[in-house]
Ligand binder design. Structure first.
Ligand SMILES: Nc1ncnc2c1ncn2[C@@H]1O[C@H](COP(=O)(O)OP(=O)(O)OP(=O)(O)O)[C@@H](O)[C@H]1O
Ligand SMILES: [Mg+2]
Length: 316
C-alpha cells in the first residue's frame, strides 16, 4: 500500500548561499498537505530564495527536501509537472494579449485546446480581466499585470502552488480579489505556499505560517498560536518628544503590574503591551510622566510577534 502523504513539503537544513550572503541559512519546514502556508518576513529575509529552491528554479547550496513525496535534488522533473509558481517578478509576454498569455502557458503544459479555451475565460473573469482579455499586456496597469501573473501559475491546476508576494502593489479591492482566488484553490485541495511581508495577509489567509529573518526561521505556528504567545494584552503604541527617554518610559510603565512588556520601536516610538490597555491609558500616562501622543491601541498582530522576537518592525 502507498503511504498517504502527510506533508506536501519537508525540508531539512536547507541552505542557499550567494558567495558570502547567507540568503537561506538552514531551514527546516514541514508543510501539511492541503494547507495554506504563509512565509512571512522583512525584505531580504530569504523568502523568495526559499520559494525558488522549493520550486526547482534554484539549486540549494546544501540540505535536502521532499516535495509531494519527490526528492528535490533527484526528481526535479516530477516536481515541475505538479507545481505552479507565481514569481515575485512579473513573467508576462508584453506583446501578447492576456488571453494569449494564458493559452501559451496552457500549451506549454500540454493541455488540449478544447480544455483550456473555456477555462481561460473563466480564470480571466475571476480576476476581473475578461473585458481586457484581448488587449496587449504591455498596455496593462501594474495591478492588472500582477493579477494576470497570478492566473498564469494556476492554468494547469497544480497540486502545489507557490505565490511569491501575489498582492504586492495591489489596491485593497484587487487584493481582496486575489485573496478570494487563492482561497478557492485551497478549497480544491491544493497546497499553497504564500510569501508576503504583509502581516495582515499572512494572518487572514494562512492556516499556519513561518516567520523568517536573516535566512532563519524564528517562529512557526498558526496565526492564533503566534499571537497567543504574547498574551492577551492590548498594544499601546505612541510617540514621546525626547527619544532619550524611551528606556525610562518603558521602565516606568513596567512598574504597573498589568504592563507586560515594552519595546522601543526606534525614533520616538514605543509600544507597550498591557492587559486591558484601552481602559488604562490615563493611568499609564500618569505613570510614565512624559507626554504621550499619536496614541493608538490595538490587539496583538503578527507585527507585534515580529517586534517581540526581533525588537524590530517587519517593515523598514
Ligand atoms: N541571485 C542572487 N545573487 C546574490 N544575492 C542574492 C540573489 N538572490 C537573492 N540574494 C540575496 O539573498 C538575500 C535574500 O533575498 P530574497 O530575495 O530571498 O529575500 P526576500 O525575503 O524575498 O525579500 P523581499 O521581501 O524583498 O522580496 C538578500 O540579501 C538578497 O540580496
Ligand atoms: Mg522576495
Amino acid at each position: 500500500m502507498v503511504k498517504k502523504l502527510e506533508y506536501a513539503i519537508e525540508t531539512y537544513n536547507l541552505r542557499k548561499f550567494f558567495v558570502d550572503i547567507h540568503a537561506v541559512d538552514g531551514i527546516d519546514l514541514k508543510i501539511p498537505k492541503g494547507s495554506l502556508y504563509g512565509v512571512l518576513g522583512p525584505n531580504g529575509a530569504g523568502k523568495s530564495t526559499t520559494i525558488r529552491m522549493l520550486s526547482t528554479i534554484l539549486y540549494p547550496t546544501s540540505g535536502s527536501a521532499t516535495i509531494l513525496g519527490y526528492d528535490l535534488l533527484k526528481n526535479r522533473n516530477e516536481i515541475k509537472k505538479r507545481i505552479g509558481v507565481c514569481p515575485q517578478e512579473l513573467v508576462i509576454y508584453p506583446r501578447l494579449t492576456a488571453r494569449e498569455n494564458i493559452h501559451l502557458i496552457a500549451q506549454m503544459h500540454g493541455i488540449a485546446k478544447k480544455d483550456y479555451k473555456e477555462r481561460t475565460d473563466e480564470l480571466l473573469g475571476q480576476m476581473n480581466l475578461l473585458n481586457r482579455a484581448d488587449s496587449l499586456t504591455k498596455t496593462f496597469s501594474g495591478g492588472m499585470k500582477r493579477r494576470l501573473n497570478v492566473l498564469m501559475a494556476v492554468v494547469h491546476e497544480p497540486e502545489l502552488l507557490f505565490f511569491d508576494e501575489p498582492t504586492a502593489g495591489l489596491d485593497p479591492q484587487s487584493r481582496r480579489v486575489v485573496w478570494d482566488f487563492i482561497k478557492e484553490f485551497q478549497e480544491r485541495k491544493s497546497t499553497i505556499i504564500l510569501t508576503t511581508h504583509s502581516m495582515e495577509e499572512a494572518d487572514d489567509l494562512s492556516d499556519a505560517l513561518t516567520i523568517i529573518d536573516h535566512g532563519k526561521i524564528i517562529a512557526t505556528g498558526t496565526p492564533q498560536e503566534l499571537k497567543g504567545r504574547l498574551g492577551e494584552g492590548d498594544n499601546i503604541e505612541f510617540k514621546i518628544n525626547n527619544p532619550d527617554m524611551r528606556l525610562d518610559v518603558i521602565e516606568r510603565a513596567k512598574m504597573l503590574e498589568y504592563v507586560r512588556w515594552g519595546k522601543n520601536l526606534g525614533k520616538q516610538r514605543i509600544v507597550l503591551n498591557a492587559l486591558g490597555g484601552l481602559r488604562r491609558i490615563s493611568e499609564i500616562m500618569d505613570a510614565v510622566r512624559v507626554e504621550m501622543y499619536d496614541i493608538s491601541v490595538r490587539a496583538n498582530t503578527l507585527e507585534d510577534v515580529f517586534i517581540d522576537l526581533t525588537g524590530r518592525r517587519l517593515r523598514n
